[in-house]
Design a binder for this molecule. Structure first.
Ligand SMILES: [Zn+2]
Length: 118
């Protein structure tokens, strides 16, 4: 069966599930995908890593949970818009996961930070 390579558009013959003419075209295609993804995700990854570092700095090595005034996170330029997941507990309160930490804000102007079991 004659097919057209997904990358270089050259016609080739091969199994029906084959989409690239050569291993080189296949790896170049995936390399391009990875580079495009890396360029787009780099800045968000930086924000998430920074957020995690801020939480670690506040929590130290061993604390399981800590409630701190929100301005402490504000002062460290914590970015509330990015998290790695959302968790709603049985009391219907929303936690924002940042890797192995999570935070929840209170109307009192405080933020509860917890260390999650991973
Ligand atoms: Zn090709």
């Amino acid at each position: 069966m004659r097919k057209t390579c997904k990358l270089c558009k050259h016609p080739f013959a091969g199994r029906s599930d084959k989409v690239f003419c050569t291993v080189k075209c296949k790896s170049t295609y995936h390399q391009k995908l990875n580079i495009a993804t890396r360029n787009t995700t780099r800045n968000i990854d930086k924000i998430l890593h920074r957020n995690r570092s801020i939480l670690l700095e506040i929590m130290g090595k061993n604390a399981y949970q800590k409630k701190v005034p929100k301005f402490i996170l504000d002062k460290k330029k914590f970015n509330y818009s990015y998290c790695t997941g959302i968790h709603i507990n049985k009391h219907n309160k929303m936690y924002h996961n940042v890797y192995d930490f999570a935070w929840m804000d209170f109307s009192s102007g405080e933020v509860l930070i917890i260390r999650r079991n991973t």
